[in-house]
Structure formats: structure tokens, C-alpha cells
Design a protein around this ligand. Structure first.
Ligand code: TYD
Length: 227
């Protein structure tokens, strides 16, 4: 059975992950590879409704467990409708955020039990994990300043995705710590990109790592020759 290659991008709001995802998608499409690009929350019709509910700063209050349940409702739909079918077709899937975001934001930020999150992942997402995750970790203040500028721009265009932006700095410090912990625990899967190198430089490094890992996966999936 063909099996595609599942890649996720993770990091704080304003970490530059979405820009890097777009650049990688463009490079792979230019090589003629079949690529599916999606995001969480969002990426399906149901998911975009959930996203609007979750991120709008006028949706108040949202209890932490409700927030987690909605993130997983979105993700379960995305796995069924978009990710698993694309992988079954043998495609490369690039997803902007996945369960690591829930472990970092709801687990770290909101201090929900990590085991509960992983249990939900097993049940609702068929325990599907990415083959490779790029975790962008620029300086926390750089991220927050970028995210605030972007949110102000979006507000001017009538899009309100500011609910998380209202959080205190201490919330983002906990999210940042949780991300670093994920990277320590999943060394084989998670590749961290530290610091504030120029966008092009980060892109080249991501493309190099992607190509190596993808090639290894393809080689390992080939039927072995009999001696
Ligand atoms: P995203 O659109 O990726 O925001 P940004 O482009 O600013 O990085 O994600 C929206 C917000 O949702 C972001 O603040 C992180 C949050 N989030 C969670 O708290 N838990 C999750 O499981 C996911 C997927 C996102």
C-alpha cells in the first residue's frame, strides 16, 4: 500500500512557521511532487467553522477543556477527511500545527494533563504521528511582537483571530517550555530551528532536512531484495 510522508510545522504564534510551510510547499510542487497543504484549526469546512469560533476574541468564555475538545474535533475531521486520504494516495502532507500544538498550548499553556491529551489523540486521531516535525523556536519576544503586528493588521481587515493574543506573557513562556520539552522527548521526529536567521536561510535548511528524511523513508519503504 502506498504511504505518503507527513510533515508538520510547529511553533509559537509569530514564529514564522506558516511562511516556511508555504516556501517548502512551493519548492516541492516545483519539483513535481504531489503535495497536500492544510492547517489546524481549519483545513476542512467544519474545521474552518471551529477555527472561527475558537480564535475570535468575542467568543468568551471558553473553558480550557472545551478548547481542547474543539481542537480535537477539528483534528479528527482533518485526519479523516484530508490527511489520511492524502497519505493513502502516497502524497506529501504539510500541516500547519498538529497535536504538538495541543500538548504545548493546552498542556503547557493551560496546564491540562498531558496524558489526557495523548489519550484523546490515540482515540480521535488514530494515533497518527508526523514522520517529521519542524519546530521553529525564535526568541519569544520576537514572536510575540510579530504576532501582535499581524493581528492588528488582520483586525483592520475585519478578521478577528485574537483570542490567544490576549494571553499573558507567562502563558507563552509555558507554551515555549512545553515545545522545548516535546523536542527533547521526540528527538527523532522533531527538528528544531533556533534563532532568527533570515527566512531564505531557514528555508534552505528545512529543504535539506526534508529531502534527507524523505529519501530515507522512501528507501526504507522499498521492498528489500532477496539475497
Ligand atoms: P495558527 O493559525 O497557527 O496561528 P499563528 O499563525 O498565529 O501561529 O493557530 C491559531 C492559534 O490556535 C494559535 O494561537 C495556537 C492555537 N492552537 C492551540 O491552542 N491548540 C491547538 O491544538 C492548535 C492546533 C492551535
Amino acid at each position: 500500500m502506498p504511504r505518503g510522508f507527513f510533515v508538520t510545522f510547529e511553533g509559537l504564534d509569530g514564529s514564522g512557521k506558516s511562511t516556511q510551510l508555504r516556501l517548502l510547499a512551493r519548492a516541492l510542487s516545483a519539483e513535481g511532487q504531489a503535495v497536500t497543504v492544510t492547517r489546524q484549526p481549519g483545513g476542512t469546512e467544519l474545521g474552518e467553522h471551529i477555527r472561527a469560533l475558537l480564535l475570535d476574541s468575542r467568543t468568551q468564555p471558553v473553558a480550557p477543556l472545551t478548547e481542547m475538545a474543539l481542537m480535537f474535533a477539528d483534528r479528527a475531521q482533518s485526519v479523516e477527511q484530508v490527511i489520511a486520504p492524502a497519505l493513502d494516495r502516497g502524497e506529501i502532507v504539510l500541516c500547519d500545527r498538529f497535536t504538538d500544538s495541543t500538548v504545548a498550548y493546552q498542556g503547557g499553556g493551560r496546564e491540562i494533563d498531558r496524558e489526557a491529551i495523548l489519550t484523546l489523540h490515540r482515540v480521535l486521531c488514530r494515533d497518527l504521528w508526523p514522520d517529521l516535525t519542524f519546530l521553529l523556536l525564535p526568541n519569544l519576544d520576537v514572536c510575540l511582537a510579530r504576532a501582535r503586528r499581524r493581528n492588528a493588521r488582520q483586525l483592520a481587515f475585519g478578521t478577528d483571530e485574537n483570542r490567544f493574543e490576549a494571553e499573558q506573557r507567562s502563558f507563552y513562556e509555558r507554551v515555549d517550555r512545553a515545545y522545548r520539552e516535546i523536542a527533547r522527548q521526540a528527538r527523532n521526529r522533531v527538528v528544531t530551528i533556533d534563532g532568527d536567521a533570515p527566512v531564505e536561510e531557514i528555508h534552505r535548511s528545512i529543504l535539506r532536512t526534508f529531502s534527507q528524511r524523505h529519501q530515507t523513508a522512501v528507501t526504507n519503504a522499498l521492498p528489500h531484495e532477496r539475497p
